[in-house]
Design a binder for this molecule. Structure first.
Ligand code: FAD
Ligand code: NAD
Length: 435
């Protein structure tokens, strides 16, 4: 018998003869390169992506690499508590190793320095990485809108260490006031720029913390001033007016003052300048200025060459960056338009986590050469805390205030832990102080 000329048709190592007279079939397994899925950022979007990939993929199906600058995740949604000092920074964060399966995901502690979506390379402090699929989930940065001095003289609730800095700065001001001979009362003035959700939640925590600080540092309560400055004509612009009234009433009852319709136009080491009218300005001296007047995406986005607005990319319906079939963007770096309202969906953890799930599903679909699915947010509502036992919100279409809303907020916080780390993480880090 003669050996026939064969043709290799299959890259997986199957040797198939192109003849009816098969003399010998030899199956030689050769290693198939698993696709590399590189996920940048271990916030809500990145961790949800990874947790869902590790649930759905076998160890031999893909190489999943997660890069994050710290070896812990922090709950960004609790940062206002760490900043006010009502929750310890340790409680806000947990080790990434708690939630990833080491046989399925390689974690790299490194800072991302550059993203080259044309060369398919990501530069980090731990070296360069290439990928078959890239997920950018690098989160938010505080937006200063180019207002002079804010970058330098205001503090921002941007991450867990920035939150710790705010807490310690405020404590330092109280301690210094109580020990200095000539007392500068402006040390005890705290200005919060922005009455959006972050500003209001931070004020709620300050309302709880200030009386304790006064007691701890022997400071008379009437020496402390907490002023929220908002550019728009109302607090929480666009939110339900009845709930906003409740929030303002509650915060005022804790001694918080508001200056509404008066944008901050400058910050200096001594305080901030407000615009009060056409040509009218007021300077307010303050020992602490916390800027909570909006967010933008991560600055690295602006260096990718992908079209963006304030470092947020208007992603395709399946969460891919336009023109880049192997690049997904989730969380606060992604921008999606709510077509009903004709404006972008707000950047929230709720959406980031849902995007992470969908992103994982869509990557798996691409790996199987199946069609991807569009992302449609399933919005369950919004709740803003006003301290440890009070809140306002709309959940499942129902308005709520007080202890009920606060309970709901804590359940939402616990649910986020559960979705990423299951019952053990929820028990360890969850909020169960419902009184
Ligand atoms: P992030 O959670 O910001 O995570 C980004 C990750 O990337 C971080 O781990 C960061 O360390 C890492 N990273 C950043 N740069 C680099 C780099 N160069 N290299 C390596 N790693 C990097 N939303 C809600 O839905 N509900 C709430 O109650 C709520 N409360 C909030 C309260 C506060 C005080 C704030 C500030 C925000 C709140 N939000 C809330 C919004 C929510 O926190 C964000 O929408 C959410 O964190 C976005 O998730 P993300 O995964 O995109 O990014
Ligand atoms: P935001 O954009 O929602 O609010 C910023 C506020 O700052 C606005 O009211 C704006 O008018 C004001 N502002 C802007 N420029 C100003 C200036 N020069 N002087 C004074 N005020 C100025 O931003 P945020 O509150 O940081 O929230 C960011 C995102 O995080 C939002 O999507 C928000 O929904 C989300 N978030 C959600 C929760 C929650 O669900 N509990 C809590 C915090 C944040």
């Amino acid at each position: 018998m003669r050996k026939k000329k064969c043709t290799v048709l299959d890259c997986r190592g199957l040797v198939i003869f192109a003849s009816r007279h098969i003399i010998q079939v030899k199956v030689e397994p050769i290693a198939v390169k698993r696709p590399t899925i590189l996920v940048l950022g271990a916030g809500y979007g990145g961790l949800s992506t990874v947790v869902n990939l590790q649930k759905s993929l076998g160890t031999d199906e893909a190489e999943v690499i997660l890069v994050n600058k710290n070896d812990y995740h922090y709950e960004s949604t609790w940062l206002h508590e760490a900043a006010a000092g009502t929750l310890s920074p340790e409680q806000v964060r947990y080790d990434i190793s708690r939630v990833i399966k080491k046989d399925k995901v390689t974690f790299v502690k490194a800072e991302v320095r550059s993203i080259d979506v044309n060369g398919k390379t990501v530069g980090t402090t731990a070296g360069d990485f290439t990928y078959d699929y890239l997920v950018i989930a690098l989160g938010f940065e505080g937006e200063t809108f180019g207002i002079p001095g804010l970058d330098k003289y205001a503090l921002s609730i941007a991450n867990v260490n920035a939150a710790r800095q705010i807490r310690e700065h405020i404590e330092y001001q109280f301690a210094t006031w109580s020990t200095e001979d000539v007392k500068a009362d402006s040390r005890l003035t705290i200005i919060v720029g922005g009455a959006g959700f972050t500003g209001i939640e931070f004020l709620g925590e300050l309302g709880d913390r200030i009386p304790k600080l006064c007691e701890e540092f022997d400071v008379p309560a009437d020496k402390v001033k907490v002023l929220c400055v908002e550019a728009a004509p109302m607090v929480l612009p666009g939110f339900d007016p009845e709930l906003v009234d409740y929030a303002v009433r509650q915060l005022k009852s804790k001694g918080i003052e508001f200056s509404i319709g008066t944008p901050v136009v400058e910050a200096t080491p001594e305080g901030v300048k407000l615009k009060k009218g056409e040509d009218e300005f007021e300077f307010i001296e303050a020992g602490t200025v916390v800027w909570a007047a909006g967010v933008r995406g991560n600055r690295l986005i602006e260096e990718t060459g992908i079209e963006n607005m304030r470092a947020r990319v208007k992603v395709d319906k399946d969460l891919r960056a336009p023109g880049y079939s192997d690049v997904f963007i989730v969380g606060d770096c992604a921008l999606m338009i709510n077509e009903e309202a004709n404006r972008p969906y707000p950047p929230t953890a709720q959406i980031a986590m849902q995007q992470g799930d969908m992103c994982a599903n869509n990557i798996i679909a691409l790996m199987k050469q199946q069609p991807t699915s569009p992302f449609v947010p399933d919005l369950k509502g919004s709740i803003a805390s006003l301290g440890s036992s009070d809140a306002i919100g709309v959940a499942f279409g129902k308005k709520m205030t007080g202890a009920k809303a606060s309970f709901m907020k804590k359940m939402v916080d616990n649910r986020a832990l559960y979705l990423i780390g299951g019952a053990p993480l929820t028990i360890k880090k969850g909020k169960f102080d419902f009184l």
